[in-house]
Design a protein around this ligand. Sequence first.
Ligand SMILES: [Zn+2]
Length: 210
Amino acid sequence: MFDPRDLPSANELLEAIQYFSQQGWSPATSTNYSARSATPGHIIISRSGVDKARFQLSDLIMTNLEGEVLPPFQGPGIKPSAETEIHTHLYRLFPQIGCVLHTHSVLGTTLSLEHAAEGQLRFAGYEILKGLEGNATHDMEERLPIVANSQSMPDIIAAMESYLRLPLQIHGFLIAGHGLYTWGRDVASAKRHIETFEFLFECTQVMRRR
Ligand SMILES: [Zn+2]
């Protein structure tokens, strides 16, 4: 169903979705994932309501940057996630973003609630920080903003507005009690960012227990 030019990205996205599910980062049909299509203004995105442990290539659909499902992907019950608006907003603002990934891990959820009042998590001194695009050393501080959860996507986008400006200084954000959004120039780099942040969440949790 995908244009041959989009098939590599769709397959890479599928592999990332399956990997995140194996890690327990997408329970109960939650989370959503997308990549930019070779056709300008179109994106490949996970459809809503699918168990990520059983996710298949046919569960990826295409929309435009208004979030409208494109033919031939329309059909009964086929809809993009409620959070598609966050994905399309990021693609519209930042041409360098080629992939947006959103996970619901236990640590992303609990740490984001615990640090909600501070409005951010801060990570410094970790070698793994180099997993985030553009970071060349451990000797730095990475900030991950935390915004309040809402069922209204425009509210979440408005809460992120001060961070989502050029030049883009952040690699992602947390929604309190909900999960992590991150992005990259392609699927591989966005997947690396998810893994980097999840590793940093674990380090934060382990250090806190000491
Ligand atoms: Zn979510």
